[in-house]
Write a protein that binds this ligand. Structure first.
Ligand code: FES
Ligand code: FE2
Length: 411
């Protein structure tokens, strides 16, 4: 349980808020590279940490991320012309370069452009994603070279979906292990519907959750008894401030980022990659099982087709016969339960138990990070120690040290 004040401390990320100051110490995924496909393409509007921004790719290929509104009289630069290495406001022709400097004013007989500058943020492009850094210049962390961004394009995949809730709700839902074999349960042996009845996730019992603090957040483990002889272990990472890295049965590692758009909306990023020489298959890229692919999410607005307005297309017959929720798509199921709590869940009324260990650990991690930043320090995960982090899962014989068995595969 949190007090109203504690909940607000973690959920509010706008300019000048304590958690906003923490978030601004990391590179944030802002856009998919294909949203800015070529030099001089149309600018894209985006909202991050309650700030309205506009992004563009200049004639020379450089990326610009600026505050959205023109310094003259506030016109949105989403309407602007992207031409000759700058965005030109269509109202009176003031033009801005990628650093936000005003370089031309079409309506002034005696231009004073050199006095005008829009707020701008540095951007880098890695893994098919445009990342932005919105914090103090002298605190900028190393580029976010997560392992998945370092493999060839043929071996990685990334999408995003808008979630209609505060970021913390999405994050806490994502790192919550005990819901997985319940919310995502298939009622059949088919894994197309979720975790099949034969999956060790569902067939296992006595789930125990363990957390190991690290210098970037924590590692966590779901340990399931599989009868008298074996134990099933799922090994994850939680990386400051909003990253989950999770295992898959094939040679894949998956992950999410839950990035605040504003205090009532977040962007869920979904990525995964092949850890071997084998490239990803086309069928994997559709993300049908998760409900995150182009068939399930509008690729202009990034709103999922299954959403609160249509009850997530919940089918009660499907719920009786095929899966636990009656909703198709594992991550659509996540969005449904998390959004159903309201935009910001009332944490004064919750009752956490031992199964919620990761949620308790994450809140501690975030409160500590706020304190560290307020004391003038660098929060965890602003180094590069976690860039090679990997997740894994394994069945181990009972009596062996399961931690020693999975740690070498965790990067
Ligand atoms: S409002 Fe942009 S140039 Fe006047
Ligand atoms: Fe889930």
């Amino acid at each position: 349980m949190l007090t109203v004040k504690q909940s607000k401390l973690l959920t509010a990320t706008g300019p000048g808020t304590p958690m906003g100051d923490v978030m601004r110490r990391y590179w944030l995924p802002a856009l998919l590279s294909w949203e800015l496909p070529e030099p001089d393409c149309p600018p894209v509007r985006l909202r991050l940490l309650s700030e309205d921004l506009v992004a563009f790719r200049a004639t020379d290929g450089r990326l610009g991320i600026l505050e959205e509104f023109c310094a003259h009289r506030g016109t949105s630069l989403w309407l602007a012309r992207n031409e000759e290495n700058g965005l030109r406001c269509v109202f009176h022709g003031w033009k801005y370069d990628v650093d936000g400097r005003c370089v031309d004013q079409m309506n002034e007989p005696t231009p004073f452009a050199e006095k005008i500058r829009l707020r701008s943020y540095p951007a880098v492009e890695l893994g098919g994603v445009v990342w932005v850094y919105m914090g103090p210049a002298d605190e900028r962390p190393p580029e976010p070279r997560f392992a998945w961004t370092q493999v060839p394009e043929s071996h990685r995949h990334v999408t995003k979906v808008l979630q209609e809730s505060n970021w913390l709700q999405a994050f806490e839902g994502g790192i919550d292990i005990s819901h997985v074999p319940i919310l995502h349960r298939s009622l059949t042996t088919s894994s197309a519907e979720g975790y099949a009845t034969t999956d060790p996730f569902v067939a296992g019992s006595d789930l125990r959750v363990e957390v190991d603090p690290t210098d970037y957040g924590f590692r966590y483990f779901g340990v399931f008894a599989l009868g008298p002889d074996e134990t099933y272990v799922r090994a994850y990472h939680c990386v400051m401030p909003f990253t989950q890295i999770r295992p898959d049965k094939r040679d894949r590692v998956y992950g999410h980022y839950w990035v605040p758009v504003d205090d009532e909306t977040c962007m869920t990023w979904n990525w995964y990659y092949s850890t071997t020489d084998e490239p990803l298959a086309d069928a994997e890229r559709s993300e049908e099982r998760f409900g995150n692919g182009p068939g399930d999410v509008d690729q202009n607005t990034f709103v999922a087709h299954r959403n609160a307005r249509n009850g997530y297309m919940l089918d009660r017959r499907h719920q009786r016969e095929r899966n636990f929720t009656g909703i198709e798509g594992i991550n659509a199921q996540d969005r449904a339960v998390q959004e159903s709590m309201g935009r910001i869940v009332n944490r004064t009324r919750e009752h956490l138990g031992p199964a919620d260990k990761t949620i308790i650990a994450a809140r501690k991690m975030l409160f500590d990070a706020i304190q560290t930043v307020q004391d003038g320090g660098a929060p965890p995960g602003t180094g590069a120690s976690h860039h090679a982090a990997r997740a894994t899962q394994r069945v181990v014989p009972n009596g062996t040290d399961w931690r020693a068995a999975v740690l070498p595969d965790m990067g």
